[in-house]
Design a protein around this ligand. Sequence first.
Ligand code: FES
Ligand SMILES: [Fe+2]
Length: 404
Amino acid sequence: MAIAQSAAAFTSAVRFSRPRHSRAAPSRVAASVATPEPARRLVAAFDPAIPLASAVTPPSGWYTDPDFLRLELDRVFLRGWQAVGHIWQIKNPNDYFTGRLGNVNFVICRDANGKLRAFHNVCRHHASLLACGSGQKSCFQCPYHGWTYGLDGVLLKATRISGIKNFNKNNFGLVPIQVATWGPFVLARFDYGFSQETVDDVVGDEWLGTASDLLSRNGIDTSLPHICRREYIIECNWKVFCDNYLDGGYHVPYAHGNLASGLQLQSYETLTYERVSVQRCESAQAEQNDFDRLGTKAIYAFVYPNFMINRYGPWMDTNLAIPLDAARCKVIFDYFLDKSLLDDQNFIDRSLKDSEQVQMEDIALCEGVQQGLESPVYGVGRYAPSVEMAMHHFHCLLHANLSE
Ligand code: FES
Ligand SMILES: [Fe+2]
């Protein structure tokens, strides 16, 4: 498409010489920032070569230092495929949703022809955010001065520009972002110039590596209807939430009494892949007529860096942990349920209530950990080698990315 080419050409042009008559466009975000010395020292303070049994955890600065978070955004989140949403959010032509990752605001949409698109959510006039929230729109009209864009990114109308010189509307479309789907998930990557190639075929391998088979064989597919979304703002670094998820069920008997009674914790096992770790656990037999939210098997997949997919009984839920600042994150929960139970409102309500209780318990733990990490007496911790291998794997992946 002409617009895609012109926007890509434009973004690469501004890296070298800025056109005299136009304001700076949102430039490609992949340009690496230099690593500040203290952040570099923090990265180096964790040694991934030390075996798990002898290793110490990353130092508390990984969880508290704003420069360290800036480095993570640059090296981890704005490179490679990132989960950003679900296909139910852009089911029909003209559906869209917006999001933010670090300083990148994006909009994902399905254009009038049904083609999936993603753009930087920045008006090319004076940089106003363009789209807001989610919903359906036939075009994006900027709330500031009314410039209007199609859902294919084309600038349709630039208001009151009579007399303007050296201006070609075709060069002022929205700046595109690479987007793809895998199963029910929408992925974006912010480090590529836009390419028109279809990437859905390769994204599974790039995003999930050799775990992609295991996940597609275990009921992570597009067949489950979406039930609801819940969002939590948590006063902790985004990794505290991930670490809590990755402790191999270690905290479950202490922190989630109710949940622990439904799981056979001795059956917990952890498998690690390139960028994915999978924890599996069998559920305790539900008594007859008993409420059975968990089914017989549970699988908890962590997709580096911040996406969690939980498949248990008739349910699937996903958790996306988005950094807001060094000591705060937003976690988005989406719940999906097997079609056969869609009419059982009582089951749905009870399941969601139980899940909410677990979330509240985890939030209290995570916020407590963040406070502990900020204490002057805490430096590093240790791993419990028989259960916390997925957490160690996560820290090693981070270290590798951050040292690049
Ligand atoms: S900033 Fe969008 S129209 Fe002016
Ligand atoms: Fe938990």
